[in-house]
Ligand binder design. Structure first.
Ligand SMILES: C[S@@+](CC[C@H](N)C(=O)[O-])C[C@H]1O[C@@H](n2cnc3c(N)ncnc32)[C@H](O)[C@@H]1O
Length: 262
């Protein structure tokens, strides 16, 4: 089985739990983008948005609730099934979902979008960032833009069990090219499941170069010592963002980037 196929199988183990988790969050009015993403996106009402790696559709639904017409794309059939179910449950109609590997999306889907969007926990699942950059460019209108908010690649180098105590020890080398093989997946919106999966380290230069070489212009790249969800060891600030108290101001945890076609 290829690494992407292994990832597909692994992510599929989480779909139903993610659906229930996010459904409850929406029903309790607790699911929204963090203030950084909200400010960066601005008014997207009436825009056509392609959401890459949409999981079970939670962020796609937020985009649709902001007034955009949204197509979410994900590798996993059960993610698409539950994303459609979640949109139906919440009566969100300006939305649809497509099952596809991002790496082959250009061959399967037609359309041009005002915004291509991707968010937290997405990039490292993709084996070829140059193709990712070309895919983003391919689906953008001439006056469109790409937006991503995700984990900072430097943060991803650290041992996840030690950083919760403020200890920074490199476990995943920044420049490693082969993917890390993990034996567990999930753990934030579902209990973790045992399943082989692969995650590729990306560097800031990979990211910027793959977008620039696809013909995109970087409008901004912002780095933050905050993350969006309360991972172990973090505390919440007044904006609803989370940081490791011992590492506040010391290292980047997330970043956001906006790129335009011209
Ligand atoms: C951490 S989740 C992203 C969640 C995202 N923040 C959201 O809810 O909108 C990563 C997603 O990437 C998807 N994925 C992994 N590899 C992919 C690929 N090659 N093509 C498309 N989707 C992929 C997984 O199925 C999973 O749903």
């Amino acid at each position: 089985m290829s690494k992407v196929e292994e990832n597909k199988k692994a992510w599929g183990l989480l779909s139903e739990n993610h659906y229930h988790h996010y459904k409850q969050q929406f029903q309790e009015n607790r699911y929204q983008f963090n203030p950084i993403v909200l400010k960066d996106l601005g008014n997207i009402s009436g825009k056509k948005v392609l959401h890459l790696q949409c999981n079970t559709g939670a962020d796609s639904i937020v985009l649709a609730k902001m007034g955009a017409d949204v197509i979410g794309v994900d590798l996993v059939p059960d993610n698409i099934f539950f994303a459609k179910q979640l949109a139906k449950d919440l009566d969100v109609r300006n939305i649809d979902f497509i099952e596809s590997d991002i790496m082959t999306l250009m061959e399967k889907h037609e359309g041009l979008y005002d915004i291509v969007f991707t968010s937290d926990g997405a990039i490292g699942w993709l084996p070829d960032l140059k193709k990712w950059g070309r895919t983003i460019r391919h689906f953008l209108k001439e006056d469109g833009f790409f937006y991503v908010h995700d984990s900072h690649p430097f943060y991803l180098t650290f041992d996840e069990d030690k950083i919760v105590n403020g200890v920074t020890e490199i476990k995943y080398p920044y420049f490693k090219q082969a993917p890390d093989e993990e034996t567990q997946i999930g753990g934030w919106a579902s209990e973790a499941k045992e399943a082989k999966n692969y995650f590729w380290m990306y560097t800031m230069s990979h990211l910027i170069n793959s977008l620039a070489q696809a013909g995109l212009f970087i409008e901004f790249l912002n780095e933050y010592d905050r993350c969006v969800s309360g991972m172990g060891g973090t505390t919440e600030d007044q904006d609803g963002l989370f940081c490791y108290p011992a590492l506040e101001g010391a290292l980047p945890i997330t970043f956001s980037l906006k790129a335009t076609v011209r």
